[in-house]
Ligand binder design. Structure first.
Ligand code: B1M
Length: 211
């Protein structure tokens, strides 16, 4: 199976072709992470660039995102080890005002694959909901995702609210998403920054072990 065909199907927003392409590539022995990185993720990067240059509009992005999710749904179980005793609990979510969830979902899958129990709060999650989830779920780790420069301040707010509620020492906070950087993480007092889903699961394990 030509990975390029999967890439092009995502850009066209052709869910049927993505499903068929991913299934065929797996049958032919292509590694799931190659399909994910070279086919699906690269296609979404191209969609973003076309949006920026005015060749794509919001509906196009949305349709491409749905096609990408079809592919991720097939790959998901292969990226996750089931039946393993959790090594720790992580609450994740996309911050307030932000509806992007593909990257956050991939982070969740990779964390599950690394053996974490994942509580996913979804998208557009207020700082109050994050704080309540830390109180209720008592996770060792909290993962915050943001895809818009305008919503990154939601991460600052979550950390401030954790401090106000005397919960900051109870949970390690790691952050990520396209506009997020290590410098920003340092500025807002996050415990770690990860630039992709694989790095997120690696950083989460490091935070858990205290290294
Ligand atoms: Co939006 N969007 N979008 N969008 N969108 C971006 C983010 C944008 C960069 C496009 C562009 O202009 N080039 C731009 C943001 C500009 C900015 O702020 N700097 C943008 C915009 C402007 C908007 C709207 C404002 C458009 C409008 O309405 N005028 C609007 C905002 C809606 C809202 O959230 N309130 C909007 C809407 C949408 C859709 C709904 C249509 C759709 C989202 C569908 C969905 O998620 N269910 C969408 C999409 C698809 C995109 C792009 C094209 C693709 C995002 C994506 O899924 N990438 C995106 C362009 C781009 O990013 N290149 C764009 C694939 C995914 C695997 O990557 O999410 O980066 P990513 O996740 C990575 C890493 O970032 C990291 O790991 C992931 C896996 O490797 N990561 C973490 C993410 N979270 C992490 C958390 C961690 C650690 C790592 O720890 C907790």
């Amino acid at each position: 199976m030509d990975i390029k065909a999967i890439y092009e199907a995502v850009i066209r927003g052709d869910r049927t072709a993505v499903e068929a392409g991913v299934t065929k590539a797996l049958e032919e022995g292509t590694e799931p992470d190659v399909i994910l990185n070279e086919g699906l993720i690269k296609a979404m990067e191209e969609v973003g660039q076309r949006f920026e240059s005015g060749d794509f509009f919001v509906p196009g992005m949305l349709i491409a995102a749905r096609a990408m999710k079809t592919g991720v749904a097939i790959l998901g179980p292969l990226l996750v080890n089931s039946g393993v005793k959790p090594i720790g609990k992580v609450v994740i979510g996309t911050v307030a005002g932000d509806l992007h969830d593909i990257g956050k979902n991939l982070v969740g899958l990779m964390l599950e694959g690394a053996g974490f129990e994942v509580v996913d709060l979804g998208t557009d999650v207020s700082s109050e909901r994050f704080v309540a989830a830390v109180q209720d779920e008592k996770p060792g780790l909290l993962g915050l995702s943001a895809l818009l420069t305008t919503t990154m301040s939601g991460m600052t707010e979550v950390i401030q609210k954790l401090t106000e509620n005397k919960l900051r020492d109870m949970v390690k906070v790691f952050i990520g998403g396209a506009p997020v950087t290590q410098t920003f993480a340092d500025q807002i007092g996050a415990d770690a920054y990860a630039d992709d889903a694989a790095a997120a699961s690696r950083k989460a394990k490091e935070l858990l072990s205290g290294s």
